[in-house]
Design a protein around this ligand. Sequence first.
Ligand code: SAH
Length: 465
Amino acid sequence: MDFLPLFFKLNGKTCLVIGGGTVAVRKAGLLRRAQGHVFVVAEKFSPAMKTFIQSEACGSREGAFEDSDLDNVQLVIAATNDSALNARVSKLAHERQLPVNVVDNPALCSFILPAIVDRSPVVVAVSSGGQSPVLARLLRARLETLIPSAYGRLAVLMGRYRDAVKSDIAAPNKRRGFWESVLQGPIAEMVFAGKEAQAETLLQQTLDDKKNHKTDVGEVYLVGAGPGEPDLLTFRALRLMQQADVVLYDRLVSPGILDLCRRDADMIHVGKARSNHSVPQEEINHMLVRLAKEGHRVCRLKGGDPFIFGRGGEEIELLAQENIPFQVVPGITAASGCAAYAGIPLTHRDYSQSVRFVTGHLKDNAPDLEWNSLIQPRQTLVFYMGLVGLDTICHQLIKHGLSAQTPIALVQKGTTSQQRVLIGSLESMPAIIRNEHIQPPTIIIVGEVVRLHSKLAWFESDHGI
Ligand code: SAH
């Protein structure tokens, strides 16, 4: 971050605006909206500036800027088209340690002005760090459509109850849970519908109920985090990740995704590198139960989809037994993610009518599979956890009747910037792998559809297409 976003209290502070044109009027208007006292200096005031000064009863001086204009001001904005003057103002302000903004010149600024969504007291500020104000404005426009205009009224109501809630619900995480349920439930909806009195009654009643209540049981979200690229999360996954008090994640969940969890959530890493289960499965199952019983909202974050080779079923079995509320959020499984990003459709009218997801995990050093059912024609095979057993897989498929020339793809770290796709045949792939430094996780796709990669590959990673 080049600039730290802060919200500056201007009420009663004197702000100097240098410039008399329309840009200066806009900036001065912004300062007035935040209740700053505005003083304007410019060689010449445009008619718009004259009107502004009059209607807002601002102090002003028409004439050349003088160093002494900076005396007794707390913030400076230079909005002239005289670049030498702008540079001089910036230098003087920096010397006096006054916050200064020079319009359209981030290098001369000690602060920059964001694009603003104003639902006072809720204010959203968007900045591109001075790189592209147009981009910031486009984002703002999107946010405008997402944030109901009644958010301001909602915040005022919440503000009135802040102290009461603080004294009635002492534990900070319980308090957060209370506010989240208020903001995501019927109370907020009533405010949005203009029924504020009713909303307030319900808020008071909910708070009274809470006060007399015993410890609540928390809940568990079993969330699929997808194959690695954060953009492939579902909205629901993201919302629950940002709501959870505790996140239990495993090795496959990428750092970019972990970054999206709530900043102050407890992050617990529970495994699992191949044959190095840092926390045994049993223990994870019991941990989920214990944390939920302590009242936490627990997010169990797993790579891909929790119900595909993810042991998600085992984890929620115990929760169901213990009557702990849970929900399961599907994620994009590695097969779909990697196939899409490698330009290999898993089915295709001309080449493949079915697809099978198969575990290549070794049992007693060999994949223990029904080989005869895997060699059906016009079928795509996707092997998860198949790298170690790759030689055996290729060998057995040929032995049971697939052509040695059947195309096969190995996708490393699919969907991420480190994705690599290696293409070969059942016969050639074992040798190809031996000459490459392959990094986990990898997935293997076998079938005629792999031929489409050369035509349909679109995703460019650090390793190229
Ligand atoms: N539940 C996960 C699978 C867990 S098993 C899912 O639905 O995707 C772990 C295996 O998934 C890895 O051994 C690898 O075969 C595969 N895998 C997961 N993410 C991957 C990725 N980004 N690229 C390639 N393979 C991946």
